[in-house]
Design a protein around this ligand. Sequence first.
Ligand code: SAM
Length: 225
Amino acid sequence: MTGRPGLEGLEAYCREMGIDLEPGQSALLRRFWAMVLEQNARVNLTRITDDREAVLKHFVDSLTVLRAGVIHAGAKVADVGTGAGFPGVPLAIARPDVRVLLVEATGKRVKFLEGAVGALGLKNVEVLHERAEELARRTRGAGVADAVTARAVAPLYRLVAWCVPLLRAGGHLVAMKGPDVSEELGQAEQALGKAGARVAAVHRLELPGGAGGRTLLVIRREAVG
Ligand code: SAM
């Protein structure tokens, strides 16, 4: 390990979750975290500042999105409400074959992301300063992505209304949630019907290091229009 921030245990914890990182990818993730911490002193990006907590609750948690099994080679992924870039930036680093569109409503976070993506030389990432529902309206609900990810953004019924119109037919929304999703699933029934989508899978995961349970709700858009 070289200096701070070390993100100690990153590779081992990821391996535990079935995610293999190459040394170059770990180095990029560490550089990204250093940028988040540096900017966090000026712009409110994350309440997590402890390295160990960041490894588990930002990086490993973000990469569990791969466990949903719906981000295929060459896919275009929109990360809605990406904030400081989670899960979108770790995803783009771990999967250079995938193109990631970071969608964020808040200008100061977008500015940070543009700087970080440029400094890290991430050619597979674009940053968009727009609300997800505006993007959906502008593109007439025709679908701009094969997959949409969203972590800690809104209740499922809202995510369905905002994100399903961003999906191509047969594409998937991966809503990254805490351990208890039964109430959210119940509340989303009407929104799912209206959007022409259905729950394709519910994956329950336990983060390593006792960091808690998570649920990946996988929603499939059945048809466009
Ligand atoms: N996904 C990140 C994470 O897990 O660390 C950020 C979570 S933060 C609690 C929620 C972010 O979603 C904020 O940065 C907010 O500006 C953004 N957001 C909320 N509603 C949005 C919308 N409709 N479209 C785009 N971004 C949105």
